[in-house]
Design a protein around this ligand. Structure first.
Ligand code: BG6
Length: 492
């Protein structure tokens, strides 16, 4: 993998859906930070594309407001901000229609620009991806040096994912397609590869021989944040598990790749997805728990329930919480359970991987021993923690208690941890796909997820309820306790 700050060639970065939340909240701040670190060449251009009629100046004003909101004040320097805004342009174009508004973009590119790197970032509704790509091709805007970036979700199910992949694939080769999953851009997720394959101390133990189970949690305190229209159509399984959590799980469970080449890593991830034991529709009540939050308290505030957030009188059986038990059927993993869990309006914002090791086969100590546990924190405060048993200092003999070896990466390396998008956007310019999902991975993930969706839709009683500010429905406790385990927060 290439270091984050390696230089990139001059580029045009065209963002479709430029006036949307993702552009303002994530993409522009990420590009700003790369600009500050000198990684964006002076003549690189960021081109916002959307239907609204805006001038360059008014789009720059929106960008300025967004940067003021989403970049730390200490990192905003007026002169740098001014220079960054000068690199931003805007074209009014209806990406889904083949009419004349495309001329605005064609003119901006100019005739002799085909050797320059062009990235088309599609931050629109996925239903438009195919048409935008077809229009890019029809207007002859795609060259060998062009790439397309697809935001998730890639489809709503396997059939729609295939359709999108076919339509995009009719214009761009697989090498030019970058399916983004921002969890793969998180430093600690990438560090998983380093942790596993640069430290034999872990890899030697990384199997059913020593590991009892694995928990992967992505918990959020926020609700649907004004994204109700999208979220209600999606739900937590499609929004978080099908992509982010399965991808993280792949990196935990995969075999050592032959190299860090994209296909080498992606082949191993694909094998994990294909080795997942299917959760059949009739197993969902015990293996795939879903829940929806009601009104509750988080920190000191009372927060509304999901239906209240959607709007008065709305009914919905969309899940805002999922906890499920997966198994990777392979020699390495045997029947080791991987518990995946994600939910909104939980008590804390955290993403972590907990690797629970097995107990000692025999104990010579009077104290009860706690099995070793490795916690890999993706957020907040990226780091790792290894719990070990240690002798309690003092004259009372061999009294043992758990203690932690704790590394906070930010403190250890005294470095700013870049947002995932910073790394990923520059990778799209460099054309390095290692941290992006290949078509077959996306489709394998949908293949595994679909029977769960089907089981839930067959049986409305599988929708559990939980109060905002709790760790999800009781059924999620039963899921893990049935195997004699407990969720990490109950072990602390
Ligand atoms: C997005 C989901 O992909 O990830 C959101 O669509 C979710 O619903 C977000 O809030 C969580 O990302 P992070 O990086 O804050 O854990």
């Amino acid at each position: 993998m290439i270091p984050t700050s390696s230089p990139v060639e001059p580029f045009d970065y065209v963002v479709f859906g430029a006036t949307g939340d993702l552009t303002m909240r994530k993409l522009l701040p990420a590009l700003y930070y790369r600009f500050c670190e000198g990684q964006m060449p002076a003549d690189a251009r960021v081109i916002g594309a959307a239907r609204s009629e805006l001038s360059d100046e008014s789009f720059r004003e929106r960008a300025r407001d967004a940067l003021n909101r989403f970049v730390k004040q200490a990192d905003l320097k007026a002169d740098v901000l001014g220079r960054f805004l000068d690199c931003i342009f805007y074209v009014s174009v209806n990406g889904a229609e083949s009419e004349s508004s495309w001329g605005n973009l064609t003119r901006l590119f100019g005739a002799d620009d085909r050797a320059r790197i062009r990235v088309f970032y599609l931050a629109t509704s996925p239903g438009l991806y195919g048409r935008i790509c077809a229009n890019l091709a029809a207007k002859e805007l795609v060259s060998e040096r062009s790439r397309v970036v697809l935001e998730k979700p890639i489809g709503h199910d396997l059939a729609s994912a295939r359709q999108i992949n076919d339509e995009v694939g009719a214009v761009f080769t697989e090498k030019q397609v970058f399916r983004i999953d921002h969890y793969l851009g998180k430093e600690t997720v990438q560090n998983l590869i380093a942790l596993r394959f640069a430290n034999p101390v872990f890899e030697r133990l990384w199997s059913a021989d020593a590991i009892e189970h694995v928990q992967i949690t992505a918990a959020e305190t926020v609700g649907v944040e004004g994204r109700g229209a999208y979220y209600d159509h999606s739900g937590a399984l499609r929004d978080m598990i099908q992509n982010h959590l399965l991808q993280v799980m792949c990196l935990v469970a995969m075999e050592p790749p032959g190299s860090l080449e994209a296909d080498s890593v992606r082949n191993e991830k694909l094998k994990v997805l294909r080795a997942l034991k299917p959760i059949r529709a009739h197993d969902v009540a015990t293996l795939a728990i879903r829940g929806q939050y009601g009104r509750g308290r988080i920190a000191d505030s009372i927060v509304p329930g999901y239906l209240e957030e959607l709007g008065e009188g709305r009914q919905s059986d969309t899940e805002t919480f999922v906890a499920l038990k997966a198994e990777v059927h392979s020699w390495r993993w045997g029947k080791v359970p991987f518990y995946l869990r994600s939910g909104k309006r939980l008590p804390a914002k955290l993403s972590e991987i907990v690797v629970q090791f097995k107990e000692t086969p025999w104990s010579i100590f009077p104290s009860k021993l706690q099995a070793n546990r490795l916690t890999i924190r993706l957020q907040p405060e990226e780091g790792i923690q290894l719990s070990i048993m240690s002798k309690d200092p003092g004259p009372d003999g061999m009294v043992l208690r758990p203690a932690n070896i704790d590394i906070s990466f930010e403190k250890a390396f005294s470095a700013r941890y870049p947002d995932a998008y910073e790394r990923l956007l520059m990778d799209t310019v460099r054309g390095d796909p290692v941290l992006f999902m290949r078509r077959d991975e996306v489709e394998a993930a949908w293949t595994w997820v679909e029977p769960i969706l089907e089981g839930w839709s067959r049986d409305p009683a599988t929708l559990n309820h939980y109060g905002a500010g709790t760790w999800g429905p009781q059924a999620a406790q039963r899921l893990i306790e049935a195997d004699g385990h407990r969720w990490h927060e109950d072990l602390r």
